[in-house]
Ligand binder design. Structure first.
Ligand SMILES: NC(=O)c1ccc[n+]([C@@H]2O[C@H](COP(=O)([O-])OP(=O)(O)OC[C@H]3O[C@@H](n4cnc5c(N)ncnc54)[C@H](O)[C@@H]3O)[C@@H](O)[C@H]2O)c1
Length: 443
């Protein structure tokens, strides 16, 4: 059992705090956002993450987890201090490390003995050195501090399951003792644990996110080519992904990647490379394909409708991906913004993210309580987030509620034949229009 302090009660901080408390540790989770703390203290989780609120309340009741704004007290009580604050994109594309610097400063001021400081925030190579130097400079006594990099790989929407059953744990250390502390902390988890130096661990996180983003941009580029040449993307990608050297995961085409990680992390890695005199052509291309995917999708909807001005478009999904209410950098929102620019009126539905989306889109769109609400009277229906509940929709029923018949499947979820049978003019991302190809060979 360890005494742990986690600075930052966001997605990463809260999930880490809950899971480490679940292992029997004594965890204090600190945040500067008083509203968030009030919610947490009242037993509410400030965002949607399956299973998290149950785990938090179990551990709060068990006395192993508590929330506070008093960083100093929490740090002083702990032997291991995690930094899990935001590292948003700065204006120039570099990671903005303001929150990390502030957290390091808070740790330095509270230091009352040796500690292991674990950076879980995604931050560029050399952030470990930065944290160590801030602490060295501002500590009152020369207590020993080991800075560890322990990047987080979980996915929003399955954060708890991913934390508990990761495919690997990465620990970047500069001394054996802190490696032991980290091994011990993660000992309840059965997963390969890779111990590296700090910079290597920092690099692994960025390289992993860039690779995943690259797979998505690759799929989108292939889908655009399929669209032009008249090939069926879904079959192309099954054929490609069946090669074990490639693999089928993360190769769906759609509206592109979004969320609080991929866009900013690829950009930050690009900036780090440039700072070191490199010209990372591939990283630039990943971002370029992603940015233009919204315009490509808009063009497909425009083609389907003839004209967007005055058109009514129903949008299914607002979150950047299913199982979360996170709308940061959501492609659904980017597409809606473009539809509005072009003079369309938009009504949207999301199982959980409507409230978060409303903070960005306000009253510029209407929010349907059901999928029927957004289909009613619409000229086109757009699937923007592939929530499971949208996969089995009664398309025939929705079509009858609509004025028009365009269905833009921005996540390649529907079978074009079924959509056609339901009366839709189906447009996918690199899909053949139903009727122009036959599946006889596969039947
Ligand atoms: N969200 C994800 O799925 C995910 C996955 C892996 C890695 N990451 C990385 O983890 C980090 C955190 O991401 P997140 O999504 O949890 O961010 P978030 O914005 O949801 O949460 C950050 C929290 O830190 C708090 N904070 C900021 N400065 C503070 C300070 N000085 N003291 C105490 N609290 C402070 C903020 O109030 C906020 O609640 C980022 O670097 C991100 O890139 C995120």
């Amino acid at each position: 059992m360890s005494e742990i302090c986690i600075i930052g009660a966001g997605y990463v901080g809260l999930a880490t705090a809950a899971c480490l408390a679940e292992f029997g540790n004594d965890v204090a989770c600190v945040d500067i956002d008083e509203t968030k703390l009030l919610q947490l203290k009242a037993g509410a989780v400030p965002f949607y993450e399956p299973g998290l609120s149950e785990m938090i309340s179990r551990n709060v009741t068990g006395g192993r987890l508590h929330f506070t704004s008093r960083t100093e007290d929490a740090v002083r009580k702990s032997t291991v201090v995690f930094i899990a604050v935001g590292t948003p994109q700065g204006e120039d594309g570099h990671a903005d490390l303001t929150q990390v610097r502030a957290a390091a400063m808070n740790i330095a001021r509270a230091l009352n003995g040796p500690k292991v400081v674990v950076n879980k925030s995604t931050s560029p190579v050399e952030t470990g050195d930065l944290i160590a130097s801030i602490i060295r400079e501002h500590r009152a006594e020369p207590y020993e501090v080991s800075v560890v990099s322990n990047p987080e790989f979980f996915r929003e929407g399955s954060a708890i399951a991913d934390f508990m059953h990761p495919e690997r744990i990465i620990i970047g250390v500069s001394d054996k003792d802190s490696a032991e502390v980290m091994r011990d902390l993660y000992s309840p988890i059965s997963a390969p644990l890779l111990v590296t130096d700090v910079k290597t661990a920092e690099m692994i996180k960025y390289a992993a996110n860039a690779f995943l983003a690259m797979k998505i941009s690759f799929a989108n580029e292939i889908a655009r080519i399929c669209h032009e040449v008249g090939a069926e993307f879904k079959d192309v990608i099954v054929g490609v992904g069946s090669d074990t050297r490639i693999g089928p995961e993360f190769l769906n085409a759609g509206l592109g990647f979004g969320g609080s990680c991929f866009p900013k992390d690829v950009m930050a890695l690009r900036r780090v490379s440039e700072k070191h005199g490199l010209e990372p052509a591939l990283l630039g291309a990943i971002l370029d394909v992603n940015e233009t995917q919204i315009e490509w999708s808009l063009d497909r909807i425009k083609e389907g409708l003839g004209n967007l001005k005055g058109a009514r478009v129903g949008v299914l999904g607002l979150a950047f991906k299913p199982d979360t209410d996170d709308v940061r950098e959501s492609p659904a929102i980017a597409l809606i913004e473009r539809l509005l620019d072009e003079g369309a009126t938009v009504s949207a539905h999301d199982p959980v993210a409507a409230q978060s989306a409303q903070k960005i889109l306000g009253e510029r769109i209407t929010y349907g309580a059901t999928t029927e609400d957004v289909a009613r009277g619409a000229d086109a229906l757009v699937l923007a987030t592939d929530w499971n509940e949208y996969k089995q929709l009664d398309l025939g029923h929705l079509r009858l509620l609509m004025k028009g018949r365009v269905l833009f499947d921005g996540r390649n979820v529907y079978d074009p034949h079924k959509a056609l049978a339901a009366g839709f003019a189906y447009i996918g991302v690199g899909r053949l229009a139903a009727g122009t190809f036959s599946k006889v060979a596969n039947e």
